[in-house]
Design a binder for this molecule. Structure first.
Ligand code: BGP
Length: 492
């Protein structure tokens, strides 16, 4: 679509920013909090960048009032945060920790007093350790049951105060990293276990949404998904087919289940053939397909898309002869052990996109990809969308006590324009939560990769003063919010 003039943002548009408990709170052993899988994983040698952890993080647990005062100063309309499950139920099931509940009550009250809409994420990767040790975490249905009880507690406690709820953050990312590449806990390398855990998380998500609709009838709930549009490298039909496969495997595999209760047909058949498709009980299928268990909106986390070509195992080229493909290559699916008679099944091969620039961390900068994302997701599922993450990770430097992050401003402005174009196209967008409000722990990049509007003096030795300093982007975003997205210019 082409537009001579872009539509205004809706008057109640939620201009926001995001965070996650483990990345900001610190106080991991305080006031009765139980351990999460990340508390252990980050302390095992070699797992994180320079051994960094969220032990202190940016100490939001003690500094939340100061942080919310800064949000208020900025004029933020919404703040997305996550609840640490093991802070309120230390073992993941059973006994409730009153002090943990109190912390989130205080945080939410403070936000409401500052006229900031709380957006509560129920699960942002920090599974209670006890559930991992006792039940192998998401690999078993006991964890689904525990999540349901956790959800019930959250809805009972916070259901009258919080309208917008996110069930699960980026299920596609944490199951892949935890079970496929082995770079997040539980650090396994098995696509079969990934599929199993993933299925249980789907059921947990559906159970929680169904319960929410009974307990919080005026609220809105949905998962936050890490979406990336899938481009074909060339118009070679084989590359186009590869990009369709990638879309099915990277996006539809999750979103279809959330919104329709059905796994995408082609992938499912492929995975059955590979012997990695989990068994779905009739009871599970029923809950997945129950319209009451489907989301009211979709949270979309957008950083970049991907470009794909026919898998080079199928189509060998001179250069691909030099490449090594092994079992853990994310784009090569091989049968699990015991099914070695099955041929390798090559789905797609990921390549660079020569049309877009990259961030300091090599992530593609592709604002048009955001518009494509919004269009594709809205067209397919017809649900309102909240952008629950989008932002630029960079090495920010302080000079004369200031942080001049003009590169972040231009990144965010480009994405906000793309979002406005999507709104003008006709997409229903509830809000935009940039990642992140303050600087915080990057799961695998420590405190080097910063995303915040507010600089926090924390470092990889984890002995910073924790002082907060608003960056240039803070004042810019304040202007964006005040003008309801009309003034995106980077000048005072
Ligand atoms: C998303 C996660 C966030 C955040 C962000 C940036 O996938 O939901 O928690 O970490 O990515 O990632 P990184 O810190 O790796 O750059």
């Amino acid at each position: 679509m082409f537009h001579k003039k872009l539509d205004d943002f809706p008057t109640d548009f939620l201009w926001g920013a995001s965070s996650a408990a483990y990345q900001i709170e610190g106080a991991t052993g305080e006031d009765g909090k139980g351990k999460s899988i990340w508390d252990v994983y980050s302390h095992e040698k070699g797992n994180t960048y320079k051994g960094t952890s969220g032990d202190i993080a940016v100490d939001h647990y003690h500094k939340y009032k100061e942080d919310i005062a800064l949000m208020k100063k900025m004029g933020l309309k919404a703040y997305r945060f996550s609840v640490s499950w093991s802070r309120i139920i230390p073992d993941g099931e059973g006994k409730v920790n009153a002090k943990g509940l109190q912390f989130y009550h205080s945080l939410i009250d403070e936000l409401i007093n500052a006229k900031i809409e709380p957006v509560l994420t129920m699960y942002h990767w920090d599974l209670p350790l006890a559930l991992q040790e006792k039940y192998d975490g998401w690999e078993s249905t006991e964890t689904v049951e525990a999540f349901k009880n956790y959800a019930k507690l959250l809805f009972r406690e916070f259901g009258t105060k919080v309208k917008y709820w996110v069930t699960i953050n980026e299920q596609n990312v944490f199951t892949s990293m935890g079970y496929r590449w082995g770079t997040h806990p539980p650090k396994k390398h098995s696509i079969k276990l990934m599929m199993l855990a993933n299925h249980h998380i789907n059921v947990a998500n559906a159970e929680a949404i169904k319960l929410f609709h009974q307990m919080v009838p005026d609220g809105m709930i949905g998962p936050s998904f890490g979406y990336g549009p899938t481009y074909a490298k060339t118009s070679d039909p084989e590359d186009v087919l590869a990009s369709i496969n990638a879309n099915d495997f990277n996006n539809n595999w999750w979103l279809d289940v959330y919104c329709t209760g059905k796994y995408p047909f082609f992938c499912k058949k492929q995975f059955e053939k590979l012997g990695i498709m989990p068994e779905i009980t009739p009871k599970e299928q029923k809950i997945l397909e129950d319209p009451e268990a489907h989301p009211d909106f979709l949270g979309i986390n957008y950083y970049h898309g991907g470009t794909f070509q026919q898998n080079r195992i199928q189509k060998v080229t001179e250069s691909s002869k030099q490449e090594k493909f092994d079992k853990t290559d994310p784009y090569l699916m091989q049968p699990e052990e015991g099914r070695a008679d099955e041929p390798e099944i090559a789905m797609f091969n990921s390549v660079e996109n020569s049309y877009v620039n990259k961030t300091q961390w090599g992530w593609e900068k592709d604002p048009t990809g955001l518009r494509i994302t919004l269009r594709q997701v809205y067209e397919k599922y017809q649900l309102p969308i909240m952008i629950t993450e989008n932002g630029l990770g960079a090495h920010d430097e302080i000079e004369n006590g200031q942080i001049d992050d003009d590169y972040r401003i231009s990144y965010l402005a480009d994405h906000i324009i793309a979002m406005q174009e999507a709104i003008t196209d006709g997409v229903d967008i509830l809000g935009y939560c940039a990642w992140s409000f303050t600087d915080l722990l990057s799961w695998l990049n420590g405190y080097s990769k910063r995303y915040g509007f507010v600089y926090v003096d924390q470092n990889n030795q984890e002995n910073g003063s924790l002082k907060r300093i608003p960056k240039r982007s803070f004042y810019w975003y304040k202007k964006v919010i005040r003008s309801n997205g009309k003034d995106l210019e980077d000048k005072e």
